[in-house]
Write a protein that binds this ligand. Structure first.
Ligand code: TRP
Length: 337
């Protein structure tokens, strides 16, 4: 117990707005699983954030549970990590409201994600999409974490969280700890297989070159066989992010799945060309994902177990979150109930 108290704290979340991809696994969840020894970790399904884009309710419910099952199957042991569903811990929405009052219109307007999503959802540019970063700041600040692992597309949001926290602390004293974004180096960014200059996205369809954690081996192999390699004439497996983004992305994936270095991979495929390399990457991915898919499928049938995990998680998270929220309510001048 005493050890728990001194561990550094870490928190992250993923929106259940699409099924988890190979990119979510290699870029995020796989790295999280290794942190549990050194950090006190909180991970959640960001369902409140998911509804900033219209969701089919049945799909959202299924994906939220499936994401939990997948987290566990990827190695996030619920005994060592606090796993919860964002909407179960009402303090997120409550602090989110308060922080809205300390986030400026101009700041929220400048968020790249808001601009991108507004362009993509022109018929539904709602208030939640706009204030998404205040809720995300609440997610983070409630837990006073030392580190917040995020993809590089979320760094701007963590920076705004900083700005909001500093502003609040400037008025009321040291209420919030300022978190550091933590963008893991290896596999930090897995790109689309068909458009290797864009991140592998969970919210798009199969034709966008994404591989899902739950995809069958056949589907995975098909995706890798049609992966874009680069239009250079050398047909040579060689890492060069700038000029060979397709091959470099495949090398990153292969390295992450096999633990081999880029030099080892170059040697392994010397003189063999892309036609041999692509199915080899596919095979490595199939074998990496197989145990995860099987375990997640098994867990999805055990609803009672999943329920016990998210209940415990919400209870633990709520306890920590409530402490911060109480402090905030007191500072801003709300009458205690
Ligand atoms: N916005 C993040 C994403 O789309 C998900 C998220 C919500 C999150 N709240 C968070 C990540 C707090 C880290 C910390 O991926």
């Amino acid at each position: 117990m005493a050890e728990e108290m001194t561990k550094k704290r870490m928190l992250s979340g993923i929106k259940p707005s699409g099924d988890l991809t190979l990119g979510s696994y290699l870029g995020a969840v796989k790295n999280w699983a290794e942190l549990a020894e050194d950090y006190e970790c909180f991970y959640f399904m960001a369902d409140l954030h998911a509804i900033t884009v219209r969701q089919n309710p049945a799909d959202l419910r299924r994906r939220t549970l499936e994401q939990l099952a997948q987290y566990i199957a990827c190695g996030l042991d619920p005994e060592k990590n606090t796993l919860f569903i964002q909407s179960h811990v009402r303090q997120h929405a409550e602090l989110g409201w308060v922080l809205n009052c300390y986030a400026m219109f101009g700041e929220l307007s400048r968020m790249t994600q808001f601009k991108d999503k507004s362009a993509k959802n022109a018929d539904n540019i709602n208030g939640g999409l706009f204030t998404y970063p205040s809720l995300m700041a609440a997610d983070i600040l409630l837990y006073q974490p030392d580190l917040v692992p995020v993809g590089d597309d979320q760094k701007q949001h963590v920076e705004l969280c900083h700005t909001i926290a500093r502003r609040f602390n400037g008025i009321y004293g040291d209420v919030f700890k300022l978190p550091e974004p933590f963008v893991p180096k290896v596999g930090a960014r897995i790109m689309s297989l068909t458009n290797p200059t864009a991140k592998m996205s969970k919210s798009e369809n199969e034709d966008t070159g994404r591989v899902l954690l739950m995809d069958s081996p056949d589907t995975i192999m098909r995706q890798f066989k049609r992966a874009i390699t680069d239009s250079d004439t050398e047909n040579c497996v060689h890492f060069d992010r700038e000029n060979k983004p397709g091959v470099s992305n495949l090398m990153t994936i292969y390295a992450a799945c096999t633990g081999k270095s880029f030099d080892e991979i170059q040697a392994e495929f010397a003189g063999k060309g892309y036609g041999v390399f692509k199915p080899a990457v596919g095979e490595a991915v199939v074998e990496t994902l197989r145990p995860i898919r099987e375990e997640a499928t098994r867990l999805m049938k055990d609803k009672a177990y999943l329920e016990s995990v998210y209940r415990d998680g919400a209870e633990k998270a709520g306890f920590v979150a409530e402490k911060t929220l109480r402090k905030v309510y007191k500072k801003v001048g709300f009458v205690p109930r």
